[in-house]
Design a protein around this ligand. Structure first.
Ligand SMILES: Cc1cc2nc3c(=O)[nH]c(=O)nc-3n(C[C@H](O)[C@H](O)[C@H](O)COP(=O)(O)OP(=O)(O)OC[C@H]3O[C@@H](n4cnc5c(N)ncnc54)[C@H](O)[C@@H]3O)c2cc1C
Length: 546
């Protein structure tokens, strides 16, 4: 029988010790009384700056009687849940499935379909990894945008140039499947137990290519530089996916996982009457600080301890009228990047490499944009709002793919001095007055929240802090409506999936949604229900998920 001890405090440095003596230290007896220990979870408890420590969960076997054992406050011991298996049998009647998008949602949908013996065709409007990396570098180094392949479009989706944080609040059993897959294809195995797993953009790029090669070996077909432009239905039955290369690909199921930036695809779906609704998102700026400043503020006297990685933060400021400003997608040791995908529009975001060693720290500093702020009943009004402000920022950057920028001090003093702190942003920051680069209601919320954030993190509003605009693609501005069997409420055979469809808000939740869609397709093809993956995800869980 295996036991699980949870919330066991460990001093900084003790995390490198073997687990048997750690268990003997807490539970008594000799180290040999404990066998096959596995670290299941490790989080950092930084609530008390003078006593920063780890909290760990360890499963193990023991020859000792552990009932009634005195434990440190907050620690508990129980029977460990049995490890599950994700294996399923192939279906006999295999549907023809086309998956749109090779982001985490499309990729994991394809992987799970392959487990059921269903061999999908994946359409990807952008290029494969090596070509895509060259195209993105042309934007970051020379300010040249390729609207067909950029940090939103191409192999691996938006996840490829992401920060690679694999956190999600959804608590879904398929998260383990996602993490184990990343580990199998080259990610650091520690992501299986770290409370805030992170792989970094460098690693996720390698994983994406290896996953694709494995999927191809198992029968999936990938078509790069191929965009879904329409689909054909006859008497309410889906017949084919239509691409910009002029092909009609016969299919029984069409998985729509195009991400939140596929604006022409959203337009096509609206035109075809696919059921959708407006969805709230968030908008604002990227804020960047020297990493040391954040580390000192977060770690206090433990600053510089070798057990500590570059510090993160999560800030929320609740405002009047149900408004809120908050930090989003915090990237310790990362860099701010240009993430535009449309000509004449600027979009900023953040990423980091596995080592998180840039010396900078950044996060989105955003305010909630409700559907009432869209100013129109049009389903795509949120998308038009994003586009408008992205274009305003392009002009503010002198008609370039630089980013309009301002120091936090100038922003709070409402005075554009033109003096900019150091930044990691590529291709270049352009001094501007950010008051002209954001909707008034977003501006007001950020101005109100920043002093409160300064109270929480000393130096947050210092002269070294810079703001860059505009962080507009935080999540999808629409949701495609689907039934309990995963299909569109308006069109049988269409399966809305992932972030663009409004069912995920990050890499892991998008991947989990892809898996759920695969389960629905397999169930329709007659597969027995795979019970562990049936858990529903509440839409509130995926709004700002990482
Ligand atoms: C810079 C950056 C940093 C991020 N950091 C993190 C992070 O640290 N952690 C995290 O969890 N999330 C992060 N994200 C968000 C994360 O990348 C997305 O939530 C996730 O990739 C969404 O997955 P998806 O598969 O739904 O869509 P996407 O990853 O957007 O993939 C959609 C794919 O569909 C393709 N496509 C679109 N339309 C068509 C069409 N008509 N035909 C064919 N192909 C089409 C696109 O080219 C794209 O490749 C970050 C995003 C960015 C941009």
């Amino acid at each position: 029988m295996r036991h699980l001890i949870s919330n066991l405090p460990l001093d900084l440095g003790a995390e490198t010790r073997p687990l048997e003596p750690v268990l003997a230290g807490v539970l008594g007896g000799k180290r040999n009384d404990y066998s096959n220990p596995v670290l299941e979870r490790r989080s950092l408890d930084a609530r008390h700056k003078g006593n920063i420590r780890f909290l760990v969960n360890i499963s193990f076997e023991s020859v000792r009687q552990l009932d009634g054992m005195p434990l440190p406050p907050g620690t508990r011991i129980e029977i460990a849940p049995p490890a599950g298996s994700f294996e399923v049998a192939a279906v006999e009647r295999k549907p023809r499935v086309v998956v749109v998008g090779t982001g985490p949602a499309g990729t994991f949908c394809a992987l799970r379909l392959l487990d059921y013996g269903i061999e999908p065709i994946l359409l990807e409007r952008g290029s494969d990894m090596s070509e895509r990396v060259r195209q993105v570098n042309a934007l970051w180094n020379q300010g040249r945008l390729d609207p067909g392949a950029n940090s939103q479009f191409g192999e691996g989706g938006a996840g490829t140039f992401s920060d690679g944080k694999l956190t999600t609040r959804t608590g879904h059993p398929a998260i383990r499947f996602v993490l184990e897959t990343f580990v199998r294809f080259g990610a650091d195995p520690r992501i299986l137990y770290l409370a805030k797993p992170h792989v970094g953009t460098d690693v996720i790029r390698k994983c994406s290519v290896l996953i694709r090669k494995e999927a191809q070996r198992r029968g999936a077909q990938y078509r790069f530089k191929t965009r879904l432009v329409d689909f054909r239905q006859e008497e309410g039955i889906l017949r084919a996916a239509i691409t910009d290369t002029g092909d009609e690909i016969p299919c029984d199921a069409l998985v729509l996982a195009p991400g939140h930036s596929a604006r022409d695809t959203f337009e096509m779906l609206q035109h075809r009457g696919v059921a959708m609704r407006q969805k709230a998102f968030a908008m604002g700026v990227r804020i960047e600080h020297p990493q040391d400043l954040i580390d000192r503020a977060q770690y206090g006297p433990s600053f510089g301890h070798p057990s500590l990685t570059p510090a993160d933060y999560k800030l929320v400021c609740n405002l009047r009228d149900n408004r809120a400003a908050y930090s989003f997608c915090m990237c310790p040791g990362g860099e701010v990047i240009q993430c535009a995908s449309e000509v004449g529009g600027v979009v900023v975001n953040g990423m980091s490499n596995a080592k998180r060693d840039s010396g900078f720290s950044n996060s989105g500093l955003v305010a909630k944009v409700g559907t009432a702020d869209f100013g129109s009943e049009d389903f795509l009004a949120g998308m038009h709002l994003q586009r408008h402000w992205e274009q305003v920022c392009f002009r503010a950057a002198g008609d370039t793919y630089g980013a309009p920028a301002m120091s936090v001090r100038d922003f709070l003093d409402a005075k554009a001095t033109g003096l900019l702190p150091r930044t990691s942003f590529r291709p270049f920051a352009v001094p501007a007055d950010l008051a002209t680069c954001l909707p008034g209601f977003v501006l007001n919320q950020l101005q109100e929240a920043l002093p409160e954030f300064e109270n929480k993190i000393r130096g947050f509003g210092s002269r070294e802090a810079i703001l860059l605009a505009i962080e507009s693609r935080t999540s999808s501005p629409i949701q495609l409506l689907r039934n309990d069997d995963g299909q569109s409420t308006s069109h049988q055979g269409l399966y809305p999936c992932g972030e663009g469809a409004g069912f995920a808000g990050g890499i892991t939740s998008a991947a989990v949604d892809g898996i759920r869609v695969a389960e629905w397709i397999a169930a329709k093809a007659g597969a027995p229900v795979f019970e562990p993956f049936q858990k529903r995800i509440k839409s509130g869980d995926v709004a700002t998920d990482y």
